[in-house]
Design a protein around this ligand. Structure first.
Ligand SMILES: Cc1ncc(COP(=O)(O)O)c(C=O)c1O
Length: 366
């Protein structure tokens, strides 16, 4: 039996190798144009200090789940800070954004739930749908008419959830939040908005794209990208929803709480991030500069309008060769290939601490 599994493993690896799709771990080297450290906060001295202070104050691990002995007031403080910033009723801190999506969807949905999901939604959303046993109904990427046609055809006896990302992680394009809220209300569906790549970058004080829409039922945030730390947050538009998750979200109930020091540093990171309007403006400016520069050289950046800028290429081989060329020049740029994305590309992510001249010299090397 088990040798059959090893045969499957070997076959899959061979297949990936033949198609130039085999992934390998590579230690970071060169100027960072590929991580999600959009505000350059991962090495911020005050956040670093807060992490050290947090460890001194709370020790290392939480030693138990939040429902047993792993709960600390600092988690409440972080959750309240996020709720205040994002204008939501309540928030819940979990290990990371992946667990947030997985656990939330599994807790909300079952075999009598229809989930309307953008074709390009993140793996954590797809896995949440899969483990919940609900019905997955794809709509074409950011195609609101297609979403509405699917909603019109839906089974009235079953509950409905619409899930979208604010900014798409591999394309850098964005949802029309107004439309999502309109459809959610019209078809009596729940709306989950994954704010992972908009958090810190978009909206009032970097609070994301859904802040002005109290009808959104749940929003997903991560400390692992623009905030430079790690951890996930689910914001809820009612206290009852948070209470439900504390009771019924399996990956929350049955898992050791994150390190309290991360929550302690997270509170500091939130404050610093909220105050970074100048950096957010600069990020938009250099993103336009990079897109325009790439277009002038004949490259397509798809529908990107954010700090995430894909350079769309014809083949996996071309993406690998281009990544290698830039790595040799001292840039950390990576090829992103199927099945992560439908077509090969270099995904550039800009950070607010990139200077105009750094972006110009990146463009000049294309
Ligand atoms: C859209 C989206 N949601 C969730 C996650 C998971 O977040 P985390 O990295 O905190 O686990 C990611 C990570 O890449 C993401 O792109």
């Amino acid at each position: 039996m088990s040798s059959g599994i090893y045969r499957k493993i070997d076959k899959e690896l061979q297949k990936r190798k033949e198609k130039s799709l085999l992934r390998e771990l590579k230690v970071s080297q060169g100027k960072d144009f590929c991580s999600n450290d959009y505000l350059g906060l991962s090495k911020h001295p005050l956040i670093l200090q807060a992490m050290q202070d947090g460890i001194t104050q709370f020790g290392l691990g939480s030693t138990a789940s939040r429902l047993v002995r792993g709960h600390h007031n600092v988690f409440n403080d972080l959750e309240e800070s996020l709720s205040e910033l994002t204008k939501t009723k309540a928030s819940l801190f979990v290990a990371n954004g992946f667990v947030a999506n997985l656990g939330l969807i599994d807790a909300l949905a079952d075999s009598r739930t229809q989930i309307f999901t953008d074709r390009l939604n993140h793996a954590s959303i797809l896995d949440g749908i899969r483990i919940s046993g609900s019905k997955k109904i794809y709509y074409n990427h950011l195609d609101w008419e297609h979403l509405e046609r699917n909603l019109q055809k839906s089974n009235l006896d079953e509950s409905k959830i619409i899930i979208s990302e604010s900014i798409y992680s591999m394309d850098g394009d964005r949802s029309l939040i107004e439309k999502l809220v309109e459809l959610k209300l019209k078809y009596n569906a729940l709306l989950i908005l994954d704010e992972t790549h908009a958090f810190g970058v978009e909206g009032e004080n970097g609070s994301g794209m859904g802040t002005d829409y109290p009808d959104i039922d749940f929003r997903i945030f991560t400390l692992g990208k623009a905030l430079g730390l790690e951890g996930g947050l689910i914001s809820c538009n009612s206290l009852m929803s948070k209470q439900y998750l504390i009771n019924c979200m399996r990956s929350f109930v049955f898992s050791t709480a994150p390190m309290p020091a991360i929550a302690y540093a997270g509170i500091v990171a939130l404050k610093i991030m909220a105050d970074m309007d100048v950096e957010r403006l600069h990020l938009k400016k250099i993103s336009d500069l990079l897109r325009n520069g790439l277009h002038a050289k004949g490259f397509s950046t798809g529908k990107s309008t954010s700090q995430i800028i894909p350079v769309l290429l014809d083949s996996e081989e071309e993406a690998l060769a281009m990544a290698k060329k830039f790595q040799d020049l001292g840039y950390d740029l990576r090829a992103i290939r199927p099945p992560t994305v439908p077509s090969a590309r270099i995904r550039i992510s800009l950070h607010s601490d990139h200077s105009i001249s750094e972006v110009e010299s990146l463009v000049s090397n294309f």
